[in-house]
Design a protein around this ligand. Structure first.
Ligand SMILES: [Zn+2]
Length: 318
């Protein structure tokens, strides 16, 4: 409760009750049913989840039939953040299971838009994976667009402005827009109303005596900013950020990170042109794994020093 209080907002009542009973866990305001006879990790996990619902639906009372991702998705996100810290596990990717579950559904072709009414999905899996896993991905991946600091501050601001009220998707989007100063129409439009996904590929690299050209292709149709890391043969790391034109700006850059021209969402391809010849480098898209990229095999190219002046990815990757 202390963790959620710090990361979302204060729990305003003096009591919360965990009641042994039911099957699995089922949350209510100020209390939850939890089934007994389970190991400590499982007991803490289910309690952490149900307790987080005191914020995401109890205090921030969204309509969970219409906007199930704001209830189960946000609850799952803060639960994963807490468990990673409490049990010191998955510290590099607390949301590993959410990304995996969502991407398996994408690859199986079973996804339905998150804007679907909870009672009217064709399959229960599309509802469950959409509400819980894609909802968690939506909130985590927002950091790719606006930065982790603005995303985290936006969650606290969402609490400050909307606790004890009935926020909807537009209210949440507007909080994140005001916090970041960026336009987020396109991110929410694609994440909620479409089943397009992210897949950006490195398709070709050309190295001349004084320049390096890296061709990228947006294979999945969901447009996001792209983070590109080049690690030189001597270990030097050069990070680059390619904003999406639709956000009317970009997240704050890290120290030493270079800003590249925007990539319009209308253009399926983009060429990074850098001064300097960089043989022996490793080039990687989304090196820290924030993006739910459906095919990470086409995200990295490594080549040996001096051997290769031109590299072209296999057609099967596209
Ligand atoms: Zn839940």
């Amino acid at each position: 409760m202390q963790y959620y209080g710090e990361h979302v907002g204060p729990y305003p009542w003096e009591q919360y009750t965990v009641i042994e009973g039911g099957d699995g866990g089922m949350e209510y305001p100020m209390c939850t049913l939890v089934r007994g006879n389970r190991n400590l990790r499982s007991l803490v996990g289910v309690t952490a989840h149900e307790m987080a619902h005191a914020w995401f639906q109890g205090l921030l009372a969204t309509n969970e039939s219409l906007h199930e991702w704001m209830d189960e998705g946000f609850t799952s996100w803060v639960e994963s953040e807490f468990l990673a810290e409490e049990f010191n596990e998955s510290r590099d990717q607390p949301h590993y299971w959410a990304y995996g579950g969502y991407l398996n559904l994408v690859r199986d072709g079973g996804e339905e838009p998150l804007s679907t009414h909870a009672d009217h999905y064709v399959t229960n899996r599309a509802y469950g994976t959409g509400a819980y896993s894609k909802g968690e991905v939506l909130l985590n991946q927002l950091a790719v667009v606006i930065g982790k600091e603005a995303r985290d501050a936006g969650i606290r601001r969402y609490y400050d402005e909307w606790a004890f009220k009935h926020p909807g998707p537009i209210d949440f989007k507007r909080v994140m827009e005001r916090e970041s100063g960026l336009e987020l129409d396109t991110y929410f439009q694609y994440m909620l109303n479409s089943t397009h996904h992210v897949d950006v590929a490195i398709t070709a690299v050309r190295i001349t005596d004084d320049s390096t050209f890296i061709d990228l292709e947006r294979i999945g149709k969901l447009p996001l900013p792209v983070d590109l890391r080049i690690t030189a043969a001597d270990g030097q790391v050069m990070d680059h950020h390619i904003p999406q034109v639709v956000t009317q700006g970009h997240r704050p850059l890290a120290e030493g990170e270079a800003l590249l021209p925007t990539w319009p969402w209308t253009h399926p391809t983009y060429t990074v042109a850098l001064a300097g010849s960089m043989p022996g480098s490793t080039i990687e898209i989304d090196p820290e794994g924030w993006t739910a990229d459906a095919n990470r095999k086409n995200n990295t190219v490594t080549f040996e020093s001096g051997l290769l002046q031109e590299w072209r990815g296999p057609a099967s990757d596209r």
